[in-house]
Design a protein around this ligand. Structure first.
Ligand SMILES: [Zn+2]
Length: 318
């Protein structure tokens, strides 16, 4: 069977949901399935992925998985934002024993950007930063017309670029990373601390009204829309800190495109990309006149399409 006509399953593992799509060689998603991300560790996550892949059918020739962590040669070295994942996990081994197809693993933000690069808003671009806003802040790079992984696959971690030495505690155990100001998990912690200190907010009422177990992107988007003062203040701080990190990345890499993806950008749209551009511009030395900031075009599908593209290229490469 040729690598192009056969179907590949793309899997996007997030802190909240696992999404699976059956993807053809032209990057079209044909079937979709999703489930809540299990919170009891890797084995249950592998079981859920295997069930979701089976449920979309199509007899995929390969399975690609994007996961929010540092990955290297099929192993997950660090996953700060999944519960009960500790140390070094052999994801490819664990999934291969449950699936009848070869498994390829990538970082979630890298595969999200790959999706946008093969089929979305970054198609044809040479120098791109992908910034994924979710439970944490993920990042990926395309440099000189190719996905850039770095010495051992962990390049592009813009979430752990330092914007405030000695500042807020990050999920990675260090202080002052941009994720500590802009990741959803950090924002939830800040809300709790500020409410404790006497601030008022409708965030928790909205969460209850939306029947959510935590402050999801939808909850944040609604609070911002309803001009909740605390939500506005924390989001302004998130945007300011992200601006510092993005401006520094532009100075280092001379980028032409910044793609912003993930739950919150999907809900807030191009307005958020514009705010990030405004926050980043003052820190830039000599940006390209062609530099643009855009929101992910594939939305929820970016990770699925990118994971499938990664697996397909691994099969073709043999
Ligand atoms: Zn960090």
């Amino acid at each position: 069977m040729s690598g192009d006509s056969a179907l590949v399953a793309g899997v996007d593992v997030g802190g909240t949901n696992i999404q699976v799509g059956l993807v053809s060689g032209d990057h079209e998603v044909h079937e979709r399935a999703r489930a809540l991300t299990p919170t009891s560790g890797p084995d249950e996550v592998f079981d859920t992925i295997a069930e979701l892949v089976a449920s979309v059918g199509g007899d995929p020739i390969a399975v690609g998985v994007g996961i929010p962590g540092v990955v290297h040669e099929g192993r997950v070295l660090t996953v700060p934002n999944l519960e009960q994942w500790h140390g070094d996990v052999d994801l490819v081994g664990g999934l291969t024993s449950r699936l009848d197809a070869p498994v390829t693993l990538g970082n979630d933000a890298n595969v999200g950007l790959l999706g946008e690069w093969v089929a979305g808003v970054a198609k044809g671009a040479r120098d791109v930063l992908g910034l994924w806003m979710g439970t944490g802040i993920g990042g990926g790079l395309v440099l000189d017309g190719r996905p850039y992984e770095g010495a051992r696959g962990s390049a592009g971690e813009i979430g752990h670029v330092l914007v405030q030495p000695g500042g807020a505690m990050c999920g990675c155990g260090r202080r002052g990373c941009v994720e500590a100001y802009a990741g959803r998990r950090s924002l939830s912690g800040a809300v709790a601390a500020m409410v404790e200190a006497g601030w008022e907010t409708d965030l928790y009422d909205i969460q209850e009204d939306e029947d959510k177990a935590k402050l999801t992107s939808r909850v944040w988007a609604r609070a911002l829309e309803e001009d909740d003062a605390l939500a506005q203040r924390l989001m302004a701080s998130a945007v300011d800190h992200l601006g510092v990190a993005i401006g520094s990345a532009v100075n280092l890499l001379d980028l032409e495109l910044v793609v912003v993806g993930g739950g919150l950008p999907e809900k807030l749209g191009q307005g958020l990309a514009d705010r990030l551009e405004e926050a980043a511009r003052p820190w830039m030395l000599r940006p390209s006149p062609d530099l643009r900031f855009v929101v992910s075009e594939l939305g929820d599908d970016a990770g699925v399409v990118g994971a499938a593209a990664l697996a397909r290229s691994a099969v073709i490469a043999g």
